[in-house]
Ligand binder design. Structure first.
Ligand SMILES: *[C@@H]1O[C@H](CO)[C@@H](O)[C@H](O)[C@H]1NC(C)=O
Ligand SMILES: *[C@@H]1O[C@H](CO)[C@@H](O)[C@H](O)[C@H]1NC(C)=O
Ligand SMILES: *[C@@H]1O[C@H](CO)[C@@H](O)[C@H](O)[C@H]1NC(C)=O
Length: 970
């Protein structure tokens, strides 16, 4: 995969690469962008009625005096909807011909009353707005000639999701050099640039985001600049005009030279700022430089504002003599900052750390402008009092749920930040930074925040009503209310339940999904998950300034005995090692009706399990010194196994001193002869233990990590399997298997795909000697799996052919596993016939690059996602982390979510992927596909309280490890 392209999409969390490295196009694009901005703006400047006063003699009233007076009067008007807005009967975005729709029998989360109001009833959409709801619908419906009816059968209906931080359209999916318009690198201060001028309408993300229920997004320039440019709110539905402008929601007046009606209150504008690492690194600056850059720019704006006020004071006093020879002071480059000082712009600021909040809060006080939101803001929860010192009001905090530790600024992230901020009265918003988190899955950010303790009403508001407020659009979106935009999502389950998926989405009253595929969710998902208690962990996050100890509270060694009572399920690997079975399910079927069981473990092994009423385990309960843990209907299940992130090879992806580094490419010039000379790196030699991502993964039920050296180009190296809980390599059980598989990575670029295939053929069939040849010989002899990172179906087809070519020669089956594989579903039968399995990474595909663009989107866009489709064809599937753009270095944080990703697969396709199969996706399948051998009975087990690993209800309380001979308690 072309990771450079995939990760450079302008996600503003990302540190843009310095110009010149792998990213040549970036230098050209800003020039084009800046030119475009100038061309469109120049007419405004030259045609402005205020560009000259008609003054012929000292006492003459200027020709355009009324315009001057209007303009001066308007300087102090604050943005607001027009006075009669609430009485509109039709939306300005109404598309003539759109049929009215009656949604019957909905459970409506309205957003009102702090998100606590839930109504049951009907909603009538007409004219692009919500015409009527509840009992009031009948008269509106009766007076409408034609309308469609949707019976929601009691399903949840919410307003459309609003993403306050997205780069849809200013990057592109698939990423292409010609569509990188997210960041100009011309200057740290660029308030005159406009994201609208770079908005690409051919981005696959629009449709996918809508399929996730996202209806409105703020499109921001990237974060390479201290001031990156103006951001714009768009609705994501396709328009007849197909133009960027037609996507805009309440664009500021005067855009592109249109007339400004100065009697109307202005509309909100948005300005992207960025603190800290990103702008500093791009320009080789320090934070001190960037703060000066802001102060200098705002000082300039303040001077202009002062001159305008002085001018207008005279104009409004009709002191035309005093204005003789003067024009209204304005400057196209700085007008947007002047508008900020006039309170007409929502200041949206990418800012992570305490030092940066403090800086920006001081800036807001020095120049007297409010800050709408701090975005990313990983340390905000540590400094709520700093936030409260901002000018006029504390900024909202727009953040990720779990994506973190990719750079120093995000190192002290806490999953408890949303609840801590909410407790401090700060507005909480969850955002995607699409495509950092794929916007389609924004509701899942709110769901995770809810899992970690954000109350249900605030969690739902965090992606719906609160962002509407942050965007200054709460008069028309973010609520289900009469007169509001007809942007609605009908959900297949409670929106905060795992894998909740829209069954239908409306934007401006227009149905967005022509024939939705809806999976049947269990009735337990009709209400919000009953989430665990994390009070202790949230307090520790604060106490330890974001770096709380993550190890177990206690480790019960060898002979110590732990008894789990009130266990609903014991899932264990069966004697073949190939299947996970529901042990109590079998007992229940055998006539033992008890649904609550006892599981006794000692020395890391299960020594007894039985119905709580049975005699067999009773003896253990009578022993002295046993520890009894009440799982309250929770479960015991196999420990999860992760592969696909650089877990164990890095701590902070963007801090070189904390990562293992890249291996040199054998294709690099100077390394010759090509294949013989190079060393084949083994991940085991670079392992780092007790990284925060590893320990957090452990607390989420991942017990074994399999990691390969990060490939540089084609060659990866030898992967290794290790215990994610171990403190160091020499500890008992720390290494699970030194070498698991040989890894390579296929991508387009240098050298060509055909050269890479030629190299692989040579390594598998040729007569090379040296380190590479030695390990590849083991592959061609069928002793070690070959793991190939690949997205494109075309390359996969070539690999299937090559496999049979090698097998024809060697007469032994070659063990081949694919990794990535967004397009693998296109060759499901061929992969099955060739006995090639796959680690899907990410498990929910996204068309990041050209070679992985043909995805199986899954519900509501298609019946099957990639996992279900492949499993239906008998392909062995494991899952890697959802992560960021399939890039291993940007996915280590996501390993902890393996349990949720597996659960999501189950809830999306419950018949194809029962819970046993879902657990296998994240455990034994990964092992088998990667050549990790575990003796029967040596599997780790994870005990969860209140539910299982596969949902938002269970919490890990114990991990049982036969290999390490311990039971770790949390
Ligand atoms: C809106 O409609 C209400 C009820 O018809 C009316 O009382 C009110 O004056 C209208 N408001 C505006 C601003 O037109
Ligand atoms: C709404 O749907 C639910 C679930 O299908 C059903 O039980 C209930 O009777 C319906 N109510 C109305 C008013 O149709
Ligand atoms: C998958 O395997 C099952 C059991 O071996 C078999 O019945 C089924 O036909 C196979 N399906 C496909 C699509 O190969």
């Amino acid at each position: 995969m072309d990771k450079a392209a995939a990760t450079d999409q302008g996600g503003s969390w990302y540190r843009p690469r310095p110009a010149g490295r792998r990213h040549h196009s970036a230098q050209l694009v800003p020039a084009v962008l800046a030119l475009a901005a100038l061309c469109t703006l120049l007419p405004v400047l030259t045609l402005s009625p205020l560009s000259g006063l008609f003054l012929t003699s000292s006492s003459v009233v200027p020709l355009h005096a009324h315009e001057i007076l209007d303009k001066c009067a308007a300087l102090h008007t604050k943005p607001a909807p027009p006075p009669d807005f609430a009485n509109r009967t039709r939306s300005d975005r109404f598309v003539p011909g759109t049929r009215a729709t009656l949604i019957r029998n909905a459970t409506i989360w309205t957003g009102r009353n702090q998100g606590l109001e839930i109504l049951k009833g009907n909603i009538f959409l007409d004219g692009g707005i919500i015409k009527a709801m509840g009992h009031a619908t009948q008269s509106s419906v009766d007076s409408t000639a034609e309308y469609d009816i949707i019976d929601a059968h009691g399903a949840w209906v919410t307003p459309g999701i609003i993403d306050v931080h997205s780069h849809i359209g200013v990057g592109a999916a698939p990423a292409l050099n010609g569509a990188e318009d997210g960041n100009s690198l011309k200057d740290p201060i660029l308030p005159w640039l406009r994201a609208l001028d770079g908005l690409n309408t051919h981005d696959d993300s629009y449709k996918l985001a809508v399929a996730g229920g996202v209806t409105t997004s703020l499109i921001l320039p990237g974060s390479a600049n201290a001031i990156g440019g103006q951001a714009f709110v768009i609705k994501l539905r396709p328009t007849k005009e197909r133009s960027p402008t037609s996507l805009l929601l309440e664009p500021p007046f005067g855009l592109n030279g249109s007339n400004v009606d100065s009697r109307l209150p202005p509309r909100w504008r948005h300005m992207k700022h960025a603190c800290g690492e990103n702008p500093a690194r791009v320009y080789g600056d320090t934070r001190m430089d960037d703060v000066w850059a802001w102060r200098k720019a705002y000082n300039k704006a303040r001077e202009i504002k002062g001159a305008q006020d002085a001018f207008c004071e005279k104009a409004l006093a009709r002191d035309w003599d005093g204005l003789k020879g003067q024009t209204f002071p304005e400057d196209l480059q700085w007008e947007s900052l002047v508008d900020i000082l006039r309170g007409k712009v929502k200041v949206q600021t990418h800012c992570y750390e305490a030092v940066d909040f403090d800086n920006f809060v001081r800036l807001s006080q020095e120049f007297k402008f409010p800050v709408a939101a701090f975005h990313h803001a990983h340390e905000a929860y540590l400094v709520p009092e700093v936030l409260k010192k901002a000018y006029e009001h504390p900024p909202a905090i727009a953040m990720f749920a779990a994506f973190s530790r990719y750079k120093r600024e995000a190192y002290r992230h806490s999953e408890f930040a949303p609840r801590i901020l909410a407790d401090n009265g700060i507005d909480v918003v969850m955002k995607s930074d699409h495509s950092a988190i794929v916007s389609r899955y924004l509701m899942n950010e709110a769901s995770q925040a809810h899992y970690y303790g954000l109350p249900e009403n605030i969690a739902l508001a965090s992606v719906i009503s609160t962002p509407a407020k942050v965007l200054g659009l709460e008069h028309r979106i973010g609520y289900v209310r009469e007169g509001y935009d007809a942007d609605l999502v009908i959900w297949d389950s409670h929106p905060l339940s795992l894998g909740a998926t829209p069954a239908q989405v409306f934007i401006d009253g227009i149905r967005q999904i022509p024939s939705p595929h809806v999976s049947v969710k269990p009735s337990s998902h009709n209400i919000a998950p009953n989430t665990p208690n994390f009070d202790r962990e949230a307090a520790a996050a604060l106490q330890y300034e974001g770096l709380p100890p993550l190890g177990p509270t206690e480790s019960v060694q060898d002979s110590g005995m732990v008894v789990f009572v009130h266990v609903a399920h014991l899932w264990a690997v069966d004697h073949t090692g190939e299947k996970i079975v529901d042990v109590f399910g079998a007992q229940r079927r055998a006539g033992d009706g008890d649904s609550e069981h006892v599981v006794v473990v000692q020395g890391g092994r299960v020594v007894c399990s039985a119905a709580s009423t049975a005699e067999s385990c009773a003896a253990f309960l009578a022993l002295p010194d046993i520890r009894v843990i009440d799982l309250r209907g929770g479960s015991v299940q196999p420990g999860l196994v992760t592969y696909g992130a650089n877990l164990g090879l890095q701590e902070i992806a963007m801090e070189d001193s904390t990562v293992d580094g890249e291996s040199p490419s054998p294709f690099a010039p100077g390394l010759s002869p090509l294949l013989e000379a190079a060393l084949l790196p083994r991940a085991v030699d670079g392992l780092q233990f007790a990284t925060r991502d590893a320990l957090l993964a452990y607390r989420a039920g991942v017990t074994v990590g399999i990691t390969a050296p990060p490939p540089s180009g084609f060659f990866g190296g030898l992967s290794t399997a290790f215990s994610v809980a171990a403190a160091h390599k020499l500890e008992r059980g720390a290494l699970v298997q030194d070498v698991t598989a040989v890894h390579i990575s296929f991508g387009r670029g240098i050298p060509s795909v055909s050269t890479q295939v030629a190299a692989l053929r040579e390594l598998l069939l040729g007569s090379l000697e040296g380190t590479y040849a030695k390990w590849f010989k083991q592959v061609s002899e069928g002793k070690l799996p070959l793991v190939v990172e690949v997205g494109s179906a075309d390359i996969i087809a070539t690999l299937i052919e090559l496999k049979s070519e090698v097998e024809a020669e060697t007469q032994v089956p070659l063990k081949m596993t694919l990794e990535g594989g967004s397009e693998a579903h296109l060759l499901a039968s061929e992969l099955s016939a060739a006995n090639v399995g796959i680690i899907l990474k990410p498990p929910r595909s996204f068309p990041y690059t050209w070679s992985e663009r043909r995805i199986a989107p899954g519900p509501p866009l298609s019946e099957d996602g990639p996992i279900a489709h492949l499993i239906k064809h008998n392909v062995t599937v494991g899952i890697g982390p959802q992560g960021v753009s399939g890039a291993a270095e940007l996915s280590t944080w996501a390993v902890r979510n393996t349990r949720f990703d597996a659960g999501w697969a189950h809830y999306e396709s419950p018949n194809v992927i029962p819970k046993e199969a879902a657990l296998a996706l994240g455990s034994i399948n990964v092992k088998h596909l990667l050549g990790l051998e575990t003796a029967v009975g040596e599997e780790d087990l994870v005990a969860t309280i209140g539910g299982d690993l596969l949902d938002f209800e269970g919490k890990v309380v114990a991990i049982v490890s036969p290999r390490r001979g311990v039971v770790d308690l949390f």
